[in-house]
Ligand binder design. Structure first.
Ligand code: AMP
Length: 281
C-alpha cells in the first residue's frame, strides 16, 4: 500500500497507479462501515484498478471546536485497516497542506443544505463540498463511494457533481450497523456506557415510524409524531432535529407522494449521532 502526505506526493503516486481509480474519502477512526465502502470501491475498480482512500479531519466542516478537538485520530491503526482492506493508496494530508492560510474560494450550496444537518450546522456542507471538490481535483477519480448514513452529504455531493459538471461517478452505499441497529460511527466510541445502551432507539424510532406506511398513512405528521415520541422517551437523548424531507431536494414534505427520507440527529451529552430511513410511497 502506498501513502502520500502532501498533494505533490499524491500526484506522483497517482501517476504510477492503474485506472480506474475509485476514491473513498474519510475522516479516519475507521470502522466496518468505512471498510465496507472500501470493499465496494474494489468491486467497482476491479482487481486491476486502484482503490484510494483519504484520511483527513477537515477543519472547515466542523462548527463546534470541541467536536473537532475530540475527533479520534488513530492514524497507525487506520493505515493498518486500509492495508487489510486492500486499499492501494492512502492520502493523509495535514491541514496546512490542504488549505492555504489566505484561501478565499469556497463552494457554497444554497438549497439542499437548508434543512436537516445544514440548518443546525452552519457552513458544514460548504466545508464538505469544498474539501470533496479538492479531493476530486487531486485524485481525479473515476468513481467515489459515499455512505447513505450521511444522506444529506451524499445528496449534496451528487448535486455538486451535477451542477459543476465534475467528471466522477458518485456511488452510494447502505448504512452499516452494529448488531443492535445503531449506525456505525466514529463518534460511537465516545458514548458513555448508558448512552451507548440507549442509542439503538434512534433506529427503532425511525423503523417504528416507517411501520405506518403499510397501514396506508401518508401524511407527515403521524410519522414525525411516532418517531419523536420514541426518541423523547429516552432519559438521555436530546433531539437536534427530526424532519421528513423529499429524498432528492431535501425540502420538507407534508405528504409522502415521492420517495422521502425521515432523518434525525440526536445528542447524547456532547456526542451527536445521525440516522435516516427511506420511506417509499
Ligand atoms: P466519515 O469518516 O464519517 O467522514 O465517513 C466517511 C465515509 O464513510 C462517508 O461517505 C460516510 O457516509 C461513510 N460512513 C460512515 N459511517 C458509515 C456507516 N455506518 N455505514 C455506511 N457508510 C458510512
Amino acid at each position: 500500500m502506498r501513502t502520500a502526505a502532501t498533494p505533490e506526493e499524491l500526484r506522483r503516486e497517482i501517476a504510477a497507479l492503474p485506472s480506474p481509480l475509485v476514491l473513498v474519502p474519510t475522516m479516519g477512526a475507521l470502522h466496518q462501515g468505512h471498510l465496507d465502502l472500501m470493499h465496494r470501491a474494489r468491486e467497482i475498480a476491479g482487481p486491476q484498478g486502484t482503490v484510494a482512500a483519504s484520511i483527513f479531519v477537515n477543519p472547515i466542516q466542523f462548527d463546534r471546536a470541541g467536536d473537532l478537538a475530540a475527533y479520534p485520530q488513530p492514524l497507525e491503526q487506520d493505515l493498518e485497516k486500509c492495508r487489510a482492506a486492500g486499499v492501494d493508496l492512502v492520502f493523509t494530508p495535514a491541514a496546512d497542506r490542504m488549505y492555504f492560510p489566505d484561501r478565499s474560494i469556497t463552494i457554497i450550496e444554497n438549497l439542499l443544505s437548508r434543512h436537516l444537518c445544514g440548518a443546525t450546522r452552519p457552513g458544514h456542507f460548504d466545508g464538505v463540498c469544498t474539501v470533496v471538490m479538492k479531493l476530486f481535483n487531486l485524485f481525479r477519480p473515476d468513481a467515489a463511494v459515499f455512505g447513505e448514513k450521511d444522506y444529506q452529504q451524499l445528496a449534496i455531493i451528487c448535486r455538486m457533481v451535477r451542477d459543476l459538471d465534475v467528471p466522477v461517478e458518485i456511488v452510494g452505499y447502505p448504512t452499516v450497523r452494529e448488531p443492535d441497529g445503531l449506525a456505525m460511527s466514529s463518534r460511537n466510541a465516545r458514548l458513555a456506557p448508558d448512552h451507548r445502551a440507549d442509542a439503538p432507539r434512534i433506529r427503532r424510532a425511525l423503523e417504528g415510524a416507517r411501520s405506518l406506511l403499510p397501514l396506508g398513512e401518508r401524511s407527515a405528521v403521524p410519522f414525525l409524531a411516532a418517531a419523536r415520541k420514541h426518541l423523547e422517551e429516552s432519559p438521555f437523548l436530546k433531539v437536534d432535529y427530526l424532519e421528513l424531507v423529499d429524498a432528492e431536494t431535501l425540502q420538507p414534505v407534508a405528504r409522502i407522494q415521492k420517495p422521502a427520507v425521515l432523518a434525525t440527529a440526536a445528542f447524547y451529552g456532547e456526542v451527536r449521532l445521525i440516522d435516516n430511513i427511506l420511506l417509499l410511497p
